[in-house]
Design a protein. Structure first.
Length: 519
């Protein structure tokens, strides 16, 4: 039986993984591809916890010539000279950068180590000048060009999106540091930067026009994350153990893993990718859960959706020109940038004729985490917890008790924050869409028919609920619309019990004032 302790969750150092005989999926074919390429400057964007740091660490030990760490891996079989190059690994993932003065302390620690290693006298220079000197001297002392690896190049910027002063401060500092990539080009063998975002309209890279962005290249689709083939070949025993724990067969457990953790697609025609953090966490803990969601929060992206006043349902399934998607900037007002680059949206399909992609929420783990946070930012329930409200709605639906369902729905709407613009119909569409998604079952908001749109349609094996909401109207008006528009006509021959529910919502009291139920 495979030792579950070999799943070193969160370990980002390749050397430690190999020394400890920890689990590792071989990605060294990509290391070789990059090493033999004529390109000098690379950029890769992927969401958090997808293995970017581990891949940079793998590059580090490869270029340092530590062949013993690669025994048994693909690249060990390749004819390569394994001569050591000087490697400068700049890790910006070590601080929160919540204040403007944090970058110098991070740079100081890393620069001093390199200056000591290459015998560089520390004099009164700027950090940009010191970095340039380090690159030059490392080349001079070793006789080999320098490899520069920058982990989370954008973290100081991403963490200050809402702080204009700090953002500009860090942008200026980083642009100064990164300017050495061009000015010191003769001393550089390779630059590889990773991050979660693109700041395409900012001069962060100081006119580095030959930056090879491999983020959307099919040839690098699998560079981070786990493909289904890799999962079945490398995690077979772990999946069997999980199946035994869940008392189900292997195939069903694989389907459950796919439903919850697969679905990422980072390039137009690339493979589907499993979230590595979630899969390994699930197998180690032998529990299907929100493992990736627990490492961060979707509150920021949920708030961005609310503040942008967009139609959530359309945003989460939008179609984008691929070139526009590749150029999305986190400073762009469109929340799609944040959703996509943070991992809450991914590519669903690609149309070559229009060079466009349709986006989607990748899987159930992401969907549940995102929508729970959407519920929190749209509504702050005053009576009972979110879970108790949703449980009450589900219970009423399951038992054919629409009166109890409506009482819980009333509690749901009672939590609308005072500053939410209730007169904005789009917000109510979003609220109903979030509700339908969190309820699960077969619940749909804003269902289009030939004569209009049903506000909320819920179907169970035994019951059908057609719900129409009126703003500052009456339940009778809502019921009349259901009848006049023929919203229930499609179920005329259906044997299930059907409830028509008219609801009056008051924009003044911000509550469901009354409702009426008819069969």
């Amino acid at each position: 039986m495979e030792d579950m302790e070999r799943y070193a969750i969160g370990q980002q150092d390749f050397k430690t993984l190999r020394k400890d005989d920890a689990f590792y999926i071989d990605k060294t074919a990509f290391v070789y591809k990059i090493a033999r390429s004529k390109s000098k400057y690379y950029f890769l964007a992927r969401p958090r916890r997808f293995g970017k740091s581990l891949f940079l660490s793998t590059l580090k030990y490869f270029f340092e010539g530590q062949r013993e760490l690669f025994k048994g891996l693909y690249i060990d079989s390749i004819d390569w000279n394994w001569e050591a190059s000087p490697v400068l690994h700049l890790d910006l993932n070590t601080d929160s950068f919540s204040e403007s003065g944090m970058l110098p302390s991070v740079l100081e620690k890393q620069f001093r180590g390199w200056e000591e290693k290459y015998g560089i006298e520390v004099i009164d220079l700027s950090y940009s000048q010191r970095f340039g000197t380090i690159i030059e001297k490392a080349h001079e002392k070793t006789g080999r060009q320098v490899v520069i690896l920058v982990d989370e190049y954008d973290k100081p910027l991403v963490n200050n999106l809402k702080n204009t002063e700090n953002f500009e401060h860090y942008r200026t500092q980083l642009a100064s540091i990164y300017s050495n990539f061009k000015s010191s080009a003769e001393h550089i063998r390779l630059v590889f930067l990773t991050g979660v975002s693109r700041f395409s309209k900012l001069s962060v890279f100081s006119d580095l026009n030959n930056l090879d962005d491999i983020t959307f290249e099919d040839a690098y689709a699998d560079i981070c994350g786990i493909t289904e083939k890799e999962m079945l070949e490398n995690l077979h025993e772990g999946i069997r153990a999980l199946a035994a724990k869940r008392k189900e067969d292997f195939t069903k457990t694989c389907a459950m893993l796919k439903l919850n953790y697969d679905g990422y697609r980072f390039t137009p025609e690339g493979s589907d990718i499993y979230n590595p953090w979630s899969v390994l966490s699930c197998l180690k803990k032998e529990r299907i859960g929100a493992h990736w969601n627990l490492t961060g929060t979707a509150t920021v992206v949920a708030e961005a959706l609310r503040d942008a006043d967009v139609d959530i349902e359309r945003t989460l399934s939008a179609r984008w020109d691929l070139d526009d998607l590749a150029g999305l900037d986190l400073l762009n007002a469109d929340p799609t940038a944040l959703l996509y680059q943070a991992g809450y949206l991914t590519i669903a399909d690609y149309d070559e004729d229009s060079n466009s992609v349709r986006l989607k929420v990748p899987n159930e783990e992401v969907r549940k985490g995102l929508f729970k946070n959407l519920l929190e930012v749209y509504l702050k329930p005053k009576s009972g917890t979110v879970k108790s409200i949703l449980d009450g709605i589900r219970e009423g639906i399951d038992t054919g008790n629409p009166e109890e369902m409506m009482k819980s729905l009333d509690a749901y709407f009672a939590g609308i924050p005072y500053d939410l613009k209730v007169e904005n119909e789009n917000n109510f569409h979003n609220i109903f869409y979030v509700l339908a998604t969190l309820i699960g079952m077969d619940a749909k908001a804003e269902v289009h028919t030939s004569n209009g749109r049903i506000d909320l349609l819920i179907e169970t094996p035994k019951y059908i609920y057609v719900i129409e909401l009126k703003y500052d109207g009456t339940p009778d008006e809502a019921l009349r619309q259901i009848d006049e528009k023929g919203y229930a006509r499609q179920f005329a021959t259906d044997s299930r019990r059907l409830f028509r529910i008219g609801v009056n919502f008051s924009s003044e009291t911000r509550r469901i004032e009354s409702w009426k139920i008819e069969e």
